[in-house]
Write a protein that binds this ligand. Sequence first.
Ligand code: APR
Length: 237
Amino acid sequence: MNKYQNIVVLTGAGISAESGLATFRSSNGLWNNHRVEDVATIEAFQRNPAYVHDFYNELKPEILKSQPNSAHLSLTRLQHESSAKVSIITQNVDTLHEKAGSENIYHIHGQINQSVCLNCGYILESWNDINTETICPQCQTCGMMKPNIVFFGEALLYMDKVEKLLRNCDLFLSVGTSGVVFPTASFVQTAKYYGADTYEFNLEITSNNLFFDHHIVGKAGETLPNFVDNLLKKREN
Ligand code: APR
């Protein structure tokens, strides 16, 4: 464990699957029931903002009541019990890492409980429905609130920080992501280039497997806690 001082964990929808939240590309995934073009692009929002608001509003109650699983909790344990700096880069818009007590979390795709005012940039935190009638608390403009979700074609959030984390990490863990969306799918390549040991935790070996040194196949709720236990044990020896 002492070997690693800067650990970066990239998480995707798969880490939240055992908390009951749908992933995107599985057989009953979100993208099987909704077209990306209708709910996850800036054109869709400009074309039909009410429909896009409804999509994200409908996800909120289930996400709000979901609880972190042992995979989320194992990352919190790693942060609290190891001497390493552990940063979490998540593609997930749920708040399960926060509910698990983790820190240093970077939501590069935004958060479901946030909306942003397209007029003044104010970020409104709320689990209530947001719609085309919502008034911005800061500039009082009506109808300019957008879900603070990064749509396809929009820039990811926190990318300056992410670049620095990837260049300085000595251990890179990818947990529950299919690795098909770029530039996120290339994070492992950057980490590897700068010398990190790289692990993929997934139900299967994904197509994005060139730069992973290790593939730990199984449910993250089982494999990640085991991995963290072993990492912390090595610290004690
Ligand atoms: N344990 C580990 N991995 C799991 C588990 C589990 N219990 N359940 C599912 N997985 C894996 C699947 O095998 C799959 O590879 O999680 C991955 C989920 O892949 P996606 O559904 O594509 O989700 P994700 O990789 O997070 O998508 C990335 O794409 O559409 C955009 O914005 C969306 O953030 C999302 C991004």
